[in-house]
Design a protein around this ligand. Structure first.
Ligand code: ADP
Ligand code: MG
Length: 860
């Protein structure tokens, strides 16, 4: 091995301390990667691979990125599953003799990167840990950007998976309980199995095994967080996230305000497939634009937006709590003036929550401090406006939080109107805030004047009119006298330099003045830095209080936003109770009514009751509006239980414990696996987890396979829901054969979404009405879609013959097994098919070529 240069020794030390990370090694204005890291980044990031110490024995591959652009490269590496250790210069190279010290200051992973400029304001960024013991699990979620830490205990992995589906963490740590030395190996293996299991369902976040955690670790990590009611599994999981985060920050624990516990069984369960199918936070195509969240979120501040999202994904089960939230919305609906004013004020809140955390993690910039001052001003405006409103009953809101005005006042006294982004970019502090700063600032500013004064004074005492006090970089300040006046130069002037037309001198008084000027600049900078640090620390000490303030404001923001929505989009307050009814009058789909069918949405009623008619079978042609109706019912329940008003004229909602949904294969083309397999797996999950309090939405189940298979499965599933689970369910189907089930069951009812035939064309009315649909109108839809007339005519004829055969078959013997033998029909029936094809033909719509093509089909 060739001896390493001192810099490369630093690199080797960083790498050996962080063998699994790509080392971003700071050299001047670049981050350089060396050795294997260089090869890796050149491949992953398309960087040019060069080498350091070329041609020498210690030549090593190298690749680099400019330091100011590093974050984009880091983001790409994280996305590809790597982690990055940032090795910084720990001193200003210009002030250090010899080699600059370097240290790894941060390990960056997807769940701990809290200072990326790409943070999504509307979403928490969770780092998650699972801690497993004998089948049960603890789960913890930690958002380093808001300092929230939450934990819960779960009965099984499937409960954990649904929590993961809700939180969508960026990174998941998986660990096993340490239960004795001889089991250590076994535990390792079990952990790996668990990692694989989680990974199979959540391919996106980074998932890795976490090492064992001991009782002492737990004590140490959670030292400052008193949490008397947390169970041991929740505590272990919480300690895991904290330990991981602390390690990424070189042992400096990121701030955390408290450990809050949540009760997973207190939340309306929306399984992952339902969450996706109902397009709660993303549309199926992956965009955010047409999700329910994007339509309802009228929040004014980032903390409000995050709370809105969390509430939408975790609606409540408790009647009293739901009504409390609904009361808050109702308050803002009535108090329009208050709503308007506080929404305006909230618009100026900014991301105070994250700023407060940033204050605790690193020093704030002048601009950050200015932003905190502005945010606190907005917060105060909100609180003042609320207190001034006589109707504001503090009961349903809990106690008003501390308004943190002392911090705001301090910042207001200290900072100028618009503090610059960085020190050195302009004035940061107000005149009169700090005497020392003002003095050195004055000296600095007035330096020029002082020199001019001094020059005038010298001219006077020496009687040399063209004497000049000047500055250059080599000599600093000096006095310059022209040749003509050299005779008048006093004794105490010390000659420094002779120039073409005169002499340059220095004198003690000038040296002193120069010294003060220079120091003024230095002193000014140092004092500024000191004051900035003090203020940063001050802001930091308010962190927990600012957090509480933000939590309160977020609640207000959500309630006022939902009120705004309810007014604008004409929503009603749902009656929520513990019964098992579900009644909607003139219900609408919140997204479709605001987008695709804006202004012409047809409202529909729904009435499900426990024993009477808890299953609605909904038939009707394609494009009639079956899927839309199903989804709007589920969305309405979710909205109501999150504490929102709902898109209907009246709504009565018996609390639902789970929303389960399955959308037919062609409505949701899952990649990879056979769509039918996916469909059946999801359906079976639904049948296994639904309770009598659940709401099940099944849309075209059975579509992924051949007609008779599909019909049989759909039938059996519907029957099971109706008879065995006996929960509220909507079942949309294009098999009108299922109408029979609706007729024979006491507790199921047929409904159909109507379409009208008009001159051989279908007109969709989008109206759900009692009774089954008689026809599927598929051929008419095909016509609307522009299929050639020859094909349409043939299809009409085939349809007629299928229907006739079906009628004959069912009339002849219902006991006999149905035979699907349509294409091997006897000779005479083929002839009659030709006849009926011709009869069904619309010659006016037939082109010449189509006529020839049809003829060929008929002949063959
Ligand atoms: P289906 O599931 O019966 O095939 P969809 O629910 O997918 O039908 O609806 C088809 C289209 O009809 C939707 O894209 C929507 O724009 C429109 N639509 C559905 N329901 C309504 C309604 N109640 N009012 C107005 N337009 C509707
Ligand atoms: Mg559909």
């Amino acid at each position: 091995m060739p001896r390493l240069t001192p810099v490369m020794q630093q690199h080797a030390a960083a790498k050996s301390a962080h063998p699994h990370s790509v080392i971003f090694f700071r050299l001047g204005d670049f981050y350089e990667m060396f050795g294997d890291d260089a090869v890796l980044v050149s491949r992953e990031l398309d960087l040019t691979l060069t080498s350091r110490n070329k041609g020498k024995p210690d030549e090593v591959p190298m690749a680099g990125v400019p330091h100011h652009a590093a974050h984009g490269y880091i983001a790409r590496l994280l996305k590809k599953g790597h982690e990055v250790a940032v090795c910084e210069q720990m001193a200003d190279p210009s002030t250090v003799k010899g080699i600059v010290p370097r240290e790894v200051v941060r390990v960056i992973t997807p769940g701990t990167w809290s200072d990326t400029p790409d943070l999504d304001e509307g979403e928490n960024q969770w780092l998650c840990a699972l801690h497993s013991k004998e089948g049960r699990l603890g789960i913890a979620l930690f958002d380093l950007t808001t300092a929230e830490l939450m934990a819960a205990e779960l009965d099984d992995l499937s409960a954990a998976l649904s929590e993961l589906g809700r939180a969508r963490p960026r990174e998941i740590l998986v660990g096993w309980e340490d239960s004795g030395i001889d089991e250590a190996e076994n535990a390792e293996q079990k952990t790996q199995e668990l990692v694989a299991e989680v990974k199979a369902l959540f391919p996106e976040p980074a998932i890795h095994a976490d090492s064992l955690i001991s009782e002492e670790d737990i004590q140490q990590e959670l030292l400052k967080l008193d949490s008397p009611h947390a169970g041991p599994l929740a505590l272990s999981a919480a300690a895991r996230v904290m330990r991981f985060a602390r390690r990424c920050y070189r042992g400096d624990a990121p701030p955390v305000w408290r450990l809050s516990l949540w009760n997973p069984s207190g939340v309306l369960a929306i399984d992952r497939t339902a969450q996706a199918h109902l397009e709660l936070v993303h549309s199926l195509s992956g965009e955010k634009g047409s999700s329910l969240l994007s339509v309802i979120d009228r929040s004014q501040s980032p903390p409000g937006a995050r709370l809105m999202r969390r509430r939408l994904l975790a609606p409540l089960l408790n009647e009293a709590e739901i009504n409390e939230r609904l009361d808050q919305v109702a308050f803002f609906m009535e108090e329009q003036g208050v709503r308007h004013d506080i929404r305006v004020a909230l618009g100026g809140l900014g991301d105070l929550e994250r700023l407060a955390v940033r204050a605790s993690m690193r020093e704030l910039t002048p601009r950050d401090l200015g932003a905190i001052r502005r945010s606190l001003g907005a917060a105060q405006d909100v609180l003042t406006r609320l207190e001034a409103s006589p109707e504001f009953s503090s009961q349903s809101w809990g106690e008003l939080p501390e308004d943190c005005s002392a911090l705001r006042e301090k910042l207001a006294l200290a900072l100028v109107e618009r503090p610059p982004a960085q020190l050195k970019e302009g004035a940061v502090f107000r005149q009169g805030f700090d005497g020392e700063l003002d003095d050195s600032g004055e000296l600095k500013e007035k330096g020029g004047e002082k020199i001019t004064e001094f020059e005038a004074e010298l001219r006077g005492t020496t009687g040399i009119p063209n004497l000049r006090v000047k500055y250059n970089r080599v000599f600093g300040w000096f006095v310059e006298v022209g040749k003509a006046n050299l005779g008048k130069v006093p004794e105490h002037f010390r000659r420094k330099q002779t120039i073409a037309n005169g002499e340059r001198y220095t004198i003690d008084e000038l040296d002193e003045l120069a010294e003060t000027l220079l120091h003024a600049e230095d002193r000014f900078r140092a004092r500024e830095l000191e004051l900035l640090k003090d203020l940063s620390e001050e802001a930091q000490s308010w962190g927990a209080r600012v957090h509480l303030l933000c939590a309160f404001l977020a609640q207000l923001d959500v309630a006022a936003a939902l009120a705004e929505l309810a007014v604008e989009a004409d929503y009603c307050r749902p009656k929520v109770h513990r019964g098992l009814e579900l009644k909607l009058v003139e219900s609408r789909h919140p997204v479709v009514e605001s987008q695709a069918a804006r202004g012409r949405f047809v409202p529909n009623d729904l009435e499900l009751e426990a024993k009477k008619n808890h299953l609605w079978l909904i038939s009707g042609p394609n494009m009639a509006g079956k899927s839309t109706f199903l989804r709007q019912v589920a969305l309405t329940v979710i909205l109501a239980q999150m504490g929102s008003f709902v898109p209907a004229r009246e709504a009565e909602i018996g609390l639902v414990d789970r929303v389960l949904s399955r959308v037919g294969a062609s409505d949701n083309l899952a990649a990879g696996e056979s769509t039918f397999m996916v469909e059946m797996r999801e359906t079976s999950d639904i049948l296994r987890t639904a309770t009598s309090r659940s709401l099940v939405i099944l849309d075209e189940v059975g579509r992924g396979t051949s007609t008779y298979d599909g019909l049989a499965i759909a039938w059996a599933v519907a029957e099971h829901l109706d008879q065995a689970i006996r929960c509220r369910a909507l079942f949309a189907t294009h098999y009108h054969e299922l109408v029979e089930l609706g007729e024979s069951s006491e507790s199921a009812e047929n409904h159909s979404v109507s379409a009208k035939e008009h001159d051989g064309q279908v007109v969709f009315l989008h109206r759900v009405k009692p009774g089954g649909a008689s026809r599927s109108y598929g051929v008419q839809v095909a016509q609307l879609a522009g299929l050639p007339e020859s094909v349409l005519a043939r299809a009409r004829a085939l349809l007629l013959s299928f229907e006739e055969k079906a009628a004959v078959r069912s009339a002849a013997s219902k006991a006999k097994q149905p035979q699907l033998d349509l294409f091997h029909a006897p000779q005479d029936s083929r002839l009659s098919e030709v006849a009926s094809t011709l009869k069904a033909l619309d010659i006016d719509r037939l082109s010449g070529i189509e006529a020839l093509q049809l003829l060929q089909v008929l002949k063959s």
